[in-house]
Design a protein around this ligand. Structure first.
Ligand code: HEM
Ligand SMILES: CC(C)=CCC/C(C)=C/CC/C(C)=C/COP(=O)(O)OP(=O)(O)O
Length: 309
């Protein structure tokens, strides 16, 4: 029973440690689910869903569809932690992760991945449609198995090819509404696809020694930092061009165009600054901005839909 002394409630030691342990366990499960990345993936799926033609599905069903996409994405992230646990234990950035550290067993992690993965798949089958369920499963296999188990260890183009899986959510959100593919959501996929290399290579430049130690052929390791910085600039130009496309095809209006141009100008400025800097201090600055860039870009796509100019 809790004691109250001077208006402060003091928990008995055994209860305190139990709730602390439950809290730590929750933190570990959130970490292996890559909670923040999945939140961003769900945001992009939501925008894909919001931009799709209105077919009169209720908000409840739409939210369950997004939850299904989120659960399958989280399952993919958990499998990534299990498959990569040895690599993760060699890198300073990742060595404290729950599976790499042994705080969570691979069996527990895989059971968790299977449970949320199956739950997500059923939600999509029942409340969205078979096409969305299958496409989301393809994205899971693309990230958790093709990228993580094979591409990551095989080629410096790993994240370019593997990036397609993480770029899929806007299409998944759209298809969950319409049960049909269309060109417009593929454009949103292309935005994330071209955003992924500068997003990740900025971090890989800052963390080159980690990847060297783990013997992972990331671009800065195989081709040098200077070449990688040039690729970051090239992709930021490509990203800026792709971002104009939704306006050019009439999918988005003036608010989007102004917002996208402003965001991409800052992105390109930071990429060029990194390219011509004598050291790599600006790499993490670009990495952090890439996350803000994508989040704000998709929020603007959403706002633009309701406030067309
Ligand atoms: C193959 C493609 C991708 C690669 C290789 C990649 C790689 C990474 C890495 C290594 C981190 C650092 C995580 C950490 O600090 O532990 C990260 C962070 C992040 N990524 Fe990506 N990423 C990819 C695609 C994406 C996509 C598609 C999204 C969302 C649409 C995304 C959103 C984020 C976010 C929000 C963070 C920050 C997470 C945090 O602060 O904990 N990434 N990414
Ligand atoms: C169903 C669906 C949409 C699946 C996509 C799931 C998903 C979590 C994609 C994000 C991509 C990502 C964070 C890659 C980093 O992996 P990494 O192993 O290179 O990075 P790490 O070293 O930080 O683990």
């Amino acid at each position: 029973m809790a004691l109250t002394i001077n208006k402060k409630t003091i928990q008995p030691a055994h209860t305190q440690s139990l709730s602390l342990r439950a809290y730590d366990l929750l933190q570990d499960y959130l970490a292996i689910s890559k909670f923040k990345v999945v939140a961003m993936l769900v945001l992009t799926a939501w925008v894909g869903l919001a931009l799709a033609p209105d077919v009169g599905r209720g908000i409840g069903v739409q939210m369950i569809s997004l939850l299904g996409i989120g659960l399958l994405s989280a399952a993919a992230a958990v499998i990534n932690h299990v498959v990569d646990s040895e690599i993760d234990s060699k890198m300073a950035r990742t060595r404290h992760r729950p599976v790499a550290k042994g705080r969570l067993s691979k069996t527990h992690a895989l059971t968790f991945a299977a449970s949320i993965g199956i739950a997500g798949f059923i939600m999509l089958m029942v409340w969205a449609n078979t096409l969305t369920a299958i496409l989301t499963l393809f994205a899971l296999v693309g990230y958790a198995f093709i990228y993580t188990s094979f591409l990551k260890r095989a080629t410096p183009q790993n994240i370019v090819i593997g990036g397609l899986a993480g770029a899929m959510p806007p299409l998944l959100g759209w298809v969950s509404e319409t049960n049909q593919m269309a060109a417009a959501p593929w454009l949103l996929v292309m935005i994330i696809f071209t955003w992924t290399p500068p997003h990740f290579w900025a971090l890989a430049i800052a963390r080159k020694s980690d990847y060297e130690r783990a013997k992972i052929p990331m671009l800065p390791v195989t081709h040098g930092i200077d070449f990688c910085k040039t690729c970051v600039v090239a992709y930021s130009v490509l990203l800026a061009l792709v971002c104009v496309m939704p306006y050019l095809i009439g999918m988005s209006g003036g608010i989007y165009l102004v917002g996208a141009c402003a965001l991409n100008s800052v992105f390109m400025y930071k990429a060029i600054k990194l390219k011509f800097a004598a050291n790599n201090d600006k790499a993490m600055d670009l990495f952090r901005f890439s996350i803000v860039h994508l989040m704000v870009l998709f929020v603007i796509l959403f706002i633009d839909k309701w406030l067309p100019l």
